[in-house]
Design a protein around this ligand. Structure first.
Ligand code: FAD
Length: 492
C-alpha cells in the first residue's frame, strides 16, 4: 500500500521528499509477502463473496463489477509503470492464471448458473465460460474430477483474464524505483509514536531495531501504511477520526504442494463456496501460485485466532489497542458474530485429516504426503462504531483520514492488495482535494479509466483489458510479432 502511494505521489510531485520506515529487515515481508497471501488479482471473476444471494434469492452484479473496475485501475497503473521503466519485467510480479469457480450440489449449481447468466454479458466479464460437464471441467482443471462420485452435480465457470500477483515482489520493485529517484527507504526502523506539532507538522518517533537508538523526523503528510500495525499508530496520532475503531485478528494457513507432477496438472485459481458462518475471506480455493518464476499449488485458507496484529507482532497487540472508545463497539460486534467465533474455534482445533478432507472436496485424489501446512499472514478485520447496532465487524478495508488531510491510514484486509491503486486514489481525493485538478492529467495518463466506468463502455473495457494484458505479458504476442521483435533487437 505504501509503495503504491509513494510511487504515485512521486510521479505527481517529483520534488516532494518521501521517506518510508519499515520495522523489518526487508520490505514486503508481512501481508504482502507472496506466501502470506493468496496472490489472487481480485477482479470478482471467481470470488462468490462479491455477489452474494439476497435473502429473497436475488442476485446483483453491482459489487462484482465495482471490484473488477478497481482491479482494472491497478492493471492500468502497473502497465504504465512497465512502459515507462518504473517496473522491470512484469513476469517478476504478475502471471496469467485462469480464474474458476467450482461448486457442487443442486442449490450451488443453480446459484452459479444464475451468477454466470448475469455476468457473462457485462463487458468486464466478457468471455466467462460456464459448464456442468465433468469432461469440460476436467479440461479446465484436471485434478478436480478424478475420484469424484459420478452422481454428484457439479458446475464451474472460467475466465482466462485472471491473474496471480506476487505483491511482495511488486512492493520491492516499486520501492526500488523510488529509491533510485532519491526517496529514502529505512528498514529495521519502527515508528513508535506520532504527534501533531503546533506548527502543523507531524513528528514521528523512530526506533532503530539494530542498535536500539531513537531518532525523530517531521513530515507534512503521513500515510500510516503499517498493515496490521496501522491501528496502533492511528490511535497514537490522537486524531478523533480513529476513535471507535478496533481490530479483530484472524490468522491464516494454507496447504502447499510443490510436487511438479501435481503443479503441472493444475493451472488455475479455483474458488468454491464458503461454509455457513465462515467469513468471506475464508472461501476455500485451490490456487496456482507463481513466486520467483516457480509454480506451486496452495489450498486454503484455514482460519484461526491469535491476538497478534502482524505475523511478526506480539501477543499483546490486540490488548494494547483496546481503549475506552472502542470497547463497546468491540463487544457489540463480538455478540453479533458468535457464528464467526464458533467457526474459528472449529478451524483452530481442526486436525490434519479434517484439513485434507476439505482439500479432497476440490481434489478428491489428493495425497497427504504431497502437502505441507504453511502459515499465512494476519488479517486484522475492522470493528467499528455503528449508530444502530453499537458496533459492527466488517470485512472490507477502511480508509481513515484526519480532517485536515495531513494524515491517512488504512485498516482492514479485503479485497486488499489488488485494489491498492483505487485506495490510494481515494486518499488523494480526501487529502489533496486542492491539488486534484492539477494532478488529474498525469493520473489519467497513468490510469486512463480514472474517473470513468469501464463497464459502461464495452469498447473501452475491451481495449483496457487487451492493452494491459499485452504490456503485462499476460498474453504472448503472436509468433509473427515475436519474430519481428527478435529481428529488431538483432538489428539494434
Ligand atoms: C491469508 C491472506 C490472504 C490474502 N489474499 C489476498 C489475495 O489473494 N489478493 C489480494 O489482493 N490480497 C490478499 N490479501 C490481503 C493483502 O495481503 C493485503 O491487503 C496487503 O498485503 C496489505 O498491504 P499493506 O501494505 O497494507 O500491509 P503489509 O504488507 O502488511 O505491510 C505493512 C508493513 O508495515 C510494517 N509495519 C507495521 N507497523 C510498523 C511500524 N510501527 N513501524 C514501521 N513499520 C511497520 C510491517 O512490518 C509491514 O512490512 C490476503 C491477506 C491474507 C492475510
Amino acid at each position: 500500500m505504501s509503495a503504491t502511494l509513494g510511487a504515485l505521489l512521486h510521479r505527481l510531485e517529483p520534488t516532494w521528499s518521501i521517506e518510508v520506515f519499515e520495522r523489518l529487515p526487508r520490505v514486503g515481508q508481512e501481508s504482502s509477502d507472496p506466501w502470506n497471501n493468496a496472490g489472487t488479482g481480485h477482479a470478482a471473476l471467481c470470488e462468490l463473496n462479491y455477489m452474494p444471494e439476497g435473502p429473497d434469492g436475488s442476485l446483483s452484479p453491482a459489487k462484482a463489477i465495482d471490484i473488477n473496475e478497481q482491479f482494472q485501475l491497478s492493471r492500468q497503473l502497473w502497465a504504465s509503470f512497465v512502459e515507462d521503466g518504473t517496473l522491470p519485467d512484469p513476469k517478476g510480479f504478475i502471471s496469467p492464471t485462469p480464474h474458476m469457480t467450482f461448486v457442487w450440489g443442486e442449490e450451488n449449481v443453480d446459484y452459479l448458473r444464475r451468477r454466470w447468466e448475469l455476468l457473462k454479458d457485462e463487458p468486464l466479464f466478457a468471455g466467462m465460460e460456464y459448464s456442468e460437464d465433468p469432461e469440460v471441467i476436467r479440461g479446465w482443471a484436471p485434478t478436480l474430477i478424478p475420484g469424484r462420485k459420478k452422481s454428484q452435480r457439479i458446475a464451474a465457470t472460467r475466465s482466462t483474464d485472471g491473474t496471480d500477483v506476487d505483491f511482495g515482489a511488486l512492493t520491492r520493485m516499486l520501492l526500488g524505483s523510488l529509491v533510485r529517484d532519491g526517496a529514502g527507504v529505512h528498514t529495521n526502523t519502527s515508528v513508535i509514536g506520532l504527534k501533531r506539532q503546533s506548527d502543523g507538522l507531524w513528528r514521528l518517533k523512530l526506533r532503530h531495531e539494530v542498535g536500539q537508538n531513537r531518532t525523530e523526523v517531521t513530515a507534512r503528510f503521513v500515510f500510516v501504511g503499517g498493515g496490521g500495525g496501522a491501528l496502533k499508530l492511528l490511535q497514537k496520532s490522537g486524531i478523533p477520526e480513529a476513535k471507535g475503531f478496533a481490530g479483530f485478528p484472524i490468522t491464516g494457513a494454507f496447504l502447499r504442494t510443490d510436487n511438479p507432477e501435481l503443479v503441472a496438472r493444475h493451472n488455475a485459481k479455483v474458488y468454491g463456496k464458503a461454509s455457513v458462518g465462515a467469513p468471506p475471506m475464508s472461501v476455500p480455493h485451490l490456487d496456482t501460485r507463481v513466486v520467483d518464476g516457480e509454480a506451486s499449488v496452495l489450498f486454503g485458507p484455514y482460519a484461526g485466532f491469535s491476538p497478534k496484529y502482524l505475523k511478526s507482532g506480539t501477543y499483546l497487540d490486540m490488548f494494547e489497542t483496546i481503549k475506552g472508545h472502542n470497547l463497546y463497539p468491540m463487544i457489540r460486534a463480538g455478540l453479533a458474530n458468535l457464528d464467526l467465533v464458533g467457526y474459528l474455534m472449529g478451524e483452530v482445533f481442526a486436525s490434519r485429516e479434517q484439513r485434507l478432507e476439505a482439500l479432497r472436496e476440490f481434489m478428491p485424489n489428493a495425497k497427504d504426503e504431497d502437502w505441507r501446512l504453511i502459515t499465512a499472514g494476519q488479517r486484522v478485520q475492522v470493528m467499528k462504531k455503528d449508530p444502530e447496532k453499537g458496533g459492527v465487524l466488517q470485512f472490507g478495508t477502511e480508509v481513515v483520514t484526519g480532517a485536515d488531510g495531513t494524515i491517512a491510514g488504512l485498516l482492514g484486509a479485503s479485497p486488499g492488495a489488488s485494489t491498492a491503486v483505487h485506495i490510494m486514489l481515494t486518499i488523494f481525493e480526501r487529502c489533496f482535494p486542492e491539488r486534484m485538478p492539477e494532478w488529474r492529467s498525469t493520473i489519467t495518463e497513468l490510469i486512463p479509466s480514472f474517473g470513468t466506468k469501464l463497464n459502461a463502455d464495452p469498447a473501452a473495457a475491451r481495449e483496457s483489458i487487451a492493452r494491459t494484458a499485452r504490456v503485462l505479458r499476460l498474453v504472448e504476442p503472436p509468433v509473427g510479432e515475436l519474430h519481428a521483435a527478435g529481428a529488431t533487437r538483432a538489428t539494434a
